[in-house]
Structure formats: C-alpha cells, structure tokens
Design a protein around this ligand. Structure first.
Ligand code: FES
Length: 135
C-alpha cells in the first residue's frame, strides 16, 4: 500500500474535500468535523465522478410524518443518478451490506523533523501536520 501526501491539515478544513490522483485511481479525501476519510471517486453504478457530488445527511427509519435527520455532512450523493454513500465507511445508504464504494485509510502525521523550528529552551508543538492517504 502506497502513501500519498495530500496537503497540510490547515489546507483541508472541516466540510471540505480534495480530489487527488493516487496511482491510476482518483480518490476523494474529506474532512468531516476534523476527522479525515477517503473514498474512490468512481460510483459503482455507472462510474460517475462520485466525489464531485453534494455532501449531505440522511434520515433514520421513523414513524409516518416523523423525520429524524442524521449523519449530516457524512453522506455523498452521486451527481449522475443520486445514489448515496456514507463517506466514513464507503457503504451505500440503500443497501449497505452489498453495495459500497472503496474506502481508504487517511492519517495525520507531523511534519518532518527538519521542518520543525525549535530553540533549545522552548517546547515545540506540532499543530499543522500532513494529511496522508494510504491507497
Ligand atoms: S453513476 Fe452514480 S448513481 Fe448512477
């Protein structure tokens, strides 16, 4: 599994996404409330660029006339025909056990030692690490 450096954490704020090339694949990397997730930018229905779809939420099963909104900002809707997928798992909303899009691990790693400026008598904290895609 290869590692791809995507950007600084500060360059991908919550609610935003970056669509990147990783080898022969195109992958969407998402920041959802400070946590990072990645899914393939290819809808399993007819290969649309899934990660260009709108990010939304979904409703839970409920009584008639009752709407319970959940997973706000965690669901992506395919721009072609509207299939929806959970960005955090890759599973579809309509058939989560059988239909899914490939998901990938994303980690945040501190900058390399030579990038950290320090003075011997001060404590240094790392606040802006790198977003790393494992694909
Ligand atoms: S190509 Fe994505 S729903 Fe049809």
């Amino acid at each position: 599994m290869a590692k791809y450096t995507i950007c600084r954490v500060s360059e991908l704020p919550p609610g935003e996404r970056k669509i990147v090339e990783a080898g022969k694949r195109t992958i969407g990397v998402f920041n959802i409330r400070g946590d990072f997730f990645a899914i393939r930018n290819q809808c399993p229905h007819q290969n649309a660029p899934l990660c260009r779809g709108i990010v939304t939420g979904t409703t839970l099963p409920s009584q008639p006339g009752e709407y319970i909104w959940t997973k706000d900002g965690e669901i992506i809707r395919c721009p072609w025909h509207g299939w929806e997928f959970d960005i955090t798992t890759g599973r579809s909303v309509f058939n989560p056990h059988k239909m899914r899009v490939k998901s990938y691990e994303v980690t945040v790693e501190p900058p390399a030692a030579e990038e950290v400026e320090s003075v011997e008598s001060f404590t240094v904290t790392v606040e802006d690490g790198w977003v790393i895609l494992h694909a």
